[in-house]
Design a protein around this ligand. Structure first.
Ligand SMILES: [Zn+2]
Length: 268
């Protein structure tokens, strides 16, 4: 790829609302914290739990790979649990691949165009930091839940403690940034909306089969910044395509939204 022009960016902002306890595992240091070995990821600066952009993006990607039935040909991790993803090997595959263009390929691939989607880390909302700080829980801002793992052979129950972010809190501001480069990128943006709905109907983080990790994207605002905006924001201001809508509303209006973006980018 010799040259490629950025036509604009769509910033999808909003909140990730936690409907059932959320466990996104922190780095396993081998150290037990308060006797709990399954801790959640926290910002080391303020100790607040957060949602890593990579966790949200990775979940969107894997659900989209499964939805499209792509072959999982690359190992992210071997051993337990084994993690495999799909990744295109050549230009022909890549040209047709919705997943690799949106979510990226590892390393420098000469056939690859820039990754369309970035997902930023999402902080615990200021309101919930205040609300949770006054609770007397074992660890700040979270709850600890016992889960019994049943040994499949001996039927012995092995209790384990899981730290989780309680239901009812919100992480915000969430920010997904979609970059437009080529004519068919609107089709790829539609896949982002689709992947968001797949995550809502699946789960985020661990222990989903035990009911953890139901989330909802709420108060979504779509802001379009064209190439001209970056050059001169006074004459080509950023446009709010939609403000404060639910994902359901977004999907219902998807065709109209894509049409509006297409016209705005085309006039650039
Ligand atoms: Zn691919």
């Amino acid at each position: 790829m010799d040259s490629i022009t950025l036509k604009g960016k769509l910033i999808i902002s909003g909140a990730v609302c936690v409907k059932t306890g959320l466990h996104i595992g922190g780095a396993s240091t081998g150290l037990e914290i308060g006797g709990i070995d399954n801790i959640v990821v926290r910002n080391p600066v303020d100790d607040h739990p957060y949602i890593p952009g990579s966790s949200l993006k990775g979940k969107m990607r894997s659900l989209m790979e499964r939805r499209l039935g792509l072959s999982l040909n690359r190992y992210v991790r071997r051993g337990k649990p084994e993690v495999r993803i799909h990744e295109c090997d050549d230009a022909t595959q890549y040209a047709e691949c919705n997943v690799c263009k949106v979510f990226g390929v590892a390393g420098e691939k000469e056939f690859a165009t820039p990754t369309r989607l970035f997902v930023r880390d999402v902080a615990l909302s200021d309101e919930d930091v205040e609300r949770l700080a006054v609770l007397d829980t074992e660890l700040p801002y979270t709850e600890v839940k016992w889960e019994a793992a049943i040994d499949r052979i001996t039927s012995a129950a092995v209790p384990r403690q899981f730290e989780r972010v309680p239901a009812g809190v919100a992480f915000k501001p969430m920010q997904l940034v979609f970059n437009f480069y080529e004519g068919d990128d609107l089709r790829l943006l539609r896949r982002v909306f689709e992947a968001m709905e797949l995550v809502q109907d699946d789960y985020l983080g661990g222990m989903g089969s035990r009911g953890y990790g139901e989330i909802a994207f709420e108060k979504l605002t779509l802001t379009l910044k064209t190439g001209n905006y970056y050059e001169d924001p006074q004459t080509s201001p950023a446009q709010d395509i939609r403000e404060g809508i639910s994902l359901k509303e977004l999907r219902e209006e998807e065709k109209a939204i894509l049409g509006e973006i297409e016209r705005a980018l085309g006039g650039d």
